[in-house]
Ligand binder design. Structure first.
Ligand code: CO
Length: 155
């Protein structure tokens, strides 16, 4: 019979030996890979009454995106614009689309990158400036229980 976890039994420590945590703020967005951006924009506007931003091309990532804006966070809709885009590869595995990543804000990107590395969380790449001008990086999903996590400066 398995024992029930109680308050006196803390969760196992998976942090890197007491190193400082990533200074995480709020959820900025959840990103959904979509095969048809126009259809996705119409769905979010009609089904949820969300304000949907005009689409923007992000050539560095080979995607075209629009945001469905909610009161506390956004849904980032991403359609690949070229076959070698990472989002195109994702759609090969999930042809109907699906949740691709979620994004947490941090007030200090260098500190967040340093804290991630100190805890043994791999960065997919060093921090870069996004299409919006804010610094961001992604954590390797193999180190974050299968979810691709983006860490980004707040707006
Ligand atoms: Co994102």
């Amino acid at each position: 019979m398995s024992k029930t976890r109680s308050d006196s039994e803390p969760m196992p420590d998976r942090s890197g030996g007491g190193s400082a945590p990533i200074p995480a703020g709020t959820i900025d967005h959840v990103a959904v890979a979509v095969p048809d951006l126009d259809a996705a924009m119409r769905l979010y506007a009609a089904a949820f009454g969300a304000r949907v931003t005009d689409p923007v091309d992000v050539p560095e990532q080979g995607i075209r995106i629009a945001y469905a804006e909610l009161a506390n966070a956004r849904v980032e809709l991403m359609q690949p614009t070229r076959p070698d885009s990472p989002v195109a590869k994702f759609l090969e595995r999930n042809p109907k689309g699906g949740i691709h990543h979620f994004c947490m804000t941090t007030g200090d990107i260098p500190a967040a990158a340093e804290a991630a590395a100190a805890q043994g969380l791999r960065l997919v790449s060093a921090p870069v400036r996004g299409h919006h001008g804010r610094q961001l990086f992604f954590l390797h999903p193999g180190d974050t229980i299968g979810a691709l996590v983006e860490i980004e400066e707040p707006e």
